[in-house]
Design a protein around this ligand. Structure first.
Ligand SMILES: Cc1cc2nc3c(=O)[nH]c(=O)nc-3n(C[C@H](O)[C@H](O)[C@H](O)COP(=O)(O)OP(=O)(O)OC[C@H]3O[C@@H](n4cnc5c(N)ncnc54)[C@H](O)[C@@H]3O)c2cc1C
Length: 509
């Protein structure tokens, strides 16, 4: 067999690392995954506590097509291993004055929802959806899969198409073409949340993310998004790949600029290729000597801008809340001020809050008569110095007070179990500046300007995960695994044909 005996070490068992391990194994490599934590999944792992299950991070699952293809390439059936429900409404937005907007793929109902914000805007819903679909279709000649468009901007032919796609405009500015009411625009720019960015800064090309939701659905894997990495670990076990938990990589080893393997407290692992899934900025700074890096030096990494962080409360509460949607985003009255505070590194005074009440869809998340509530507050990252050790406890109180106002429920007496995660906790998990969504997704840090999947500074090193191309979010992370592994398989003489084609591979090389 081609490439027989080639060894690949994967650093990190997050979604990207697990997908890369599956594909590298399918292509014929001998693969070892080393994971610092005692469980797989990284930011997509489960928190299991007192009979409740919470997703640590992702709760919105979009575009299952990519993991479906990855599983199939390895001989597994994604849908059988990860049963899912398509949500309708996909999510509810709730404005501070109590008005709500249910995002639904049903166009007639969607128009009615928009009409409740502004009847004038409702007239443009179909035109907006059609434009978004067309924008998406514009990529079809280049892309094999609709979601995979972003990397194609580096392609010369696509560069010519850029003027039509208005990449320099922000999401909010782009939406002004259709919607005059700022609240309608907010309702259709929520997707920049996936990138941890503000719609007032996020490049307009990301309006196509709305098409992923409206056209392809928002899904809930039963048991939570953590069911995905768990299923991947099961695949790896069946494929004979060892996932070594609680074994952090302490350093990568090199011969010149060529990676030769990694070192842990338990020993050394030689490798023909190393796949880095750990947070890019943190991994480079801690595992690779600065002097070996030409482009992504410590100074360069420090000069980059990073996404927001999040303050989390995972609450196991007594009672059920059938009136609370599966996903509700409570939008702050002064959304723009909220964003300015986040960008200044602060914990917003009157924050927007996202609440997942997954138990309405999935009773397995909590004991009978109870609910697993996931509360996410976007806050500033740690690049500027908020003293979270001092403010975390009072901030919890402020968030619970605010939830009482926003939801009408005083949750405190109902809490049976609880976990709090503040930005320093994310940092302690090895996430640079606690920036939960990695490098920000502004135009200066995207496409070829993002760290590349065949890492440009070192030989034999490949990147997968939210910090590399094409970006944060599960579909793009799985795509990064596919791109990285395709390149790796070609470079090592493995059976690259086993790795499904990626539309973005060319852009990434
Ligand atoms: C709060 C939150 C909400 C999110 N919501 C969504 C959402 O709704 N939808 C969506 O699509 N995406 C969402 N995301 C973004 C993204 O999908 C997840 O963060 C995802 O888990 C990132 O995957 P990854 O492959 O980049 O690696 P990670 O999940 O970061 O995993 C990296 C792994 O590397 C390990 N590691 C680090 N250093 C070492 C070392 N030295 N040695 C060995 N192992 C190491 C870590 O322990 C970790 O397991 C969210 C993220 C967060 C934090």
């Amino acid at each position: 067999m081609a490439g027989r005996g080639r060894r690949v070490v994967v650093i990190g068992a997050g979604p990207g690392g697990l997908a890369a391990a599956m594909l590298a194994r399918a292509a014929g490599a001998e693969v070892t995954v080393l994971e610092r934590a005692p469980r797989v999944g990284g930011r997509t792992a489960a928190i299991e506590q007192d009979g409740f299950t919470f997703d640590t991070g992702p709760t919105f699952f979009l575009y299952p097509e990519i993991p479906r293809e990855i599983f199939a390439a390895c001989g597994f059936d994604f849908d059988a291993m990860v049963p899912m429900t398509r949500l309708d409404p996909m999510y509810r937005l709730r404005f501070e004055d109590g008005r709500t907007f249910d995002a639904t793929p049903d166009v007639a109902r969607l128009k009615a929802e928009v009409a409740r914000i502004d009847p004038e805007d409702a007239r443009n819903v179909e035109a907006y959806l059609a434009d978004n679909r067309a924008k998406f279709e514009a990529f079809r000649p280049v892309l094999q899969k609709p979601f995979l468009g972003l990397g194609a901007f580096a392609d010369v032919a696509m560069a010519k198409a850029l003027p039509h796609l208005r990449p320099w405009a922000t999401v909010d500015a782009d939406l002004k073409r259709w919607f005059r009411n700022p609240d309608t625009r907010l309702a259709f720019s929520f997707q920049s949340k996936y990138l941890g960015m503000s719609p007032f800064k996020c490049p307009s090309l990301f309006t196509i993310l709305a098409h992923i939701e409206y056209g392809h659905g928002v899904w809930h894997p039963m048991g939570g998004c953590n069911a995905i990495p768990r299923a991947m670990a099961e695949c790896l076990a069946r494929m004979g790949v060892e996932v070594r938990l609680s074994e952090p990589v302490e350093a990568m080893t090199f011969d010149g600029r060529r990676a030769t393997g990694v070192r842990t407290a338990k020993g050394s692992y030689g490798a023909d290729a190393v796949v880095v899934n750990a947070d890019f900025a943190h991994a480079m700074r801690s595992l690779v000597p600065d002097a070996l890096r030409r482009r992504w030096t410590d100074a360069k990494i420090d000069s980059k801008s990073y996404s927001c962080s999040t303050f989390m409360l995972y609450l196991g509460v007594e009672g059920t809340f059938p009136e609370m949607a599966h996903h509700t985003i409570h939008l702050s009255r002064d959304y723009e001020r909220n964003i300015r505070e986040i960008e200044a590194g602060q914990a917003p005074f009157e924050p927007s809050i996202y609440v997942q009440n997954g138990s309405v869809t999935d009773p397995s998340l909590a004991p009978p008569g109870h609910s697993a509530l996931y509360v996410l507050v976007p806050v500033g990252n740690l690049a500027t110095g908020t003293d979270w050790r001092a403010i975390a406890a009072p901030y919890r109180e402020a968030v619970l007070d605010r939830l009482k106002v926003l939801t009408g429920h005083d949750l405190r007496p109902l809490i049976r179990t609880e976990r709090m995660v503040a930005p320093p906790d994310w940092r302690d998990m090895g996430i640079h500046h606690g920036a939960t969504f990695n490098l920000a997704h502004n135009l200066g840090q995207m496409l070829h300007l993002r760290p590349r999947n065949r890492f440009e500074d070192l030989d034999g090193v490949y990147l997968t995960g939210g910090g590399t191309h094409p970006g944060s979010g599960l579909p793009t992370i799985f795509e990064s695994a596919r791109i990285a592994t395709k390149l790796l398989a070609k470079d090592l003489g493995l059976d690259a044909g086993r790795v499904p084609e990626s539309a973005m591979a060319e852009a990434a090389e």
